[in-house]
Ligand binder design. Structure first.
Ligand code: DX5
Ligand code: ZN
Length: 219
């Protein structure tokens, strides 16, 4: 199974966005992780369409867009237009999750569903076969630079067995507090895609950090 490293643009230097996008293009990273926050679903506002369009202009890798917004259905077509390849919505933000997932796929994107730390994996039982990706939040969404929640390992194991029992093709992504201290254990537990923001961008050599993360999960 492939392993994907997804540096989070939230931790990039927005005054030097093209430089940071180029760094990711030239690194061992696999995806751009792009966090959209609306100040309603989460207590923070990040950025929207113009910034994603600007990233897309230079990005040469998969655009993994994580929506932390209420009523994401309103913008599915718009996110496709600005370049999303994977569009992930929160379980907690969708009244009609099945319809939302189908709408994302109809637009030709991969459909992801994210779970907050307090939301049990079991809520996905009836949708797991329809989704391409499940994003387990390993911090409370809204901010970069928080500490990893240890209960995540248990959730990853539960999700892995749900996926296997259901013959689902969903892959598992983890987001929040990912570092060289937990990435191998997460990988061994069954995680396929690893989001890392602060750990990559707050270092002196982001592309070396990305290379090390990638090496530690590749066999
Ligand atoms: C948090 C975001 C994350 C964030 C991760 O709500 O979804 O993608 O950028 O940042 P770190 O790696 O610093 O926890
Ligand atoms: Zn995210």
């Amino acid at each position: 199974m492939n392993k994907f490293i997804a540096p989070s643009i939230l931790a990039a230097d927005f005054g030097n966005l093209q430089r940071d996008v180029t760094m990711i293009n030239n690194s061992d990273a696999d995806w751009f992780h792009i966090d959209v926050m609306d100040g309603v679903f989460v207590p923070n506002i990040s950025f929207g369409m113009p910034v994603i369009r600007a990233i897309k202009k230079h990005a040469k890798k998969t655009m993994d867009v994580h929506l932390m917004i209420v009523n994401p259905d309103r913008y599915i077509e718009d996110f496709k237009k600005v370049g999303a390849d994977i569009l992930t919505v929160h379980y907690e933000a969708c009244d009609h999750l099945h319809r939302t997932v189908q709408a994302i796929k109809t637009q030709g994107m991969k459909a992801g569903v994210s779970l907050n730390p307090h939301t049990p994996v079991s809520v996905l039982e009836d949708i797991i076969k329809d989704v391409d990706l499940v994003l387990i939040m390993s911090v409370n969404p809204g901010f970069g630079g928080q500490s990893f929640i240890e209960n995540t390992y248990k959730k990853v194991a539960q999700l892995k067995s749900l996926i296997e029992q259901s013959n689902s093709n969903a892959i598992i992504e983890v987001d929040g507090g990912v570092t060289d201290k937990n990435i191998e254990k997460l990988s061994n537990a069954g995680v396929n895609a690893f989001v890392a923001g602060s750990f990559v961008f707050k270092s002196d050599n982001p592309s070396e950090i990305i290379r090390n993360l990638k090496n530690s999960v590749s066999n």
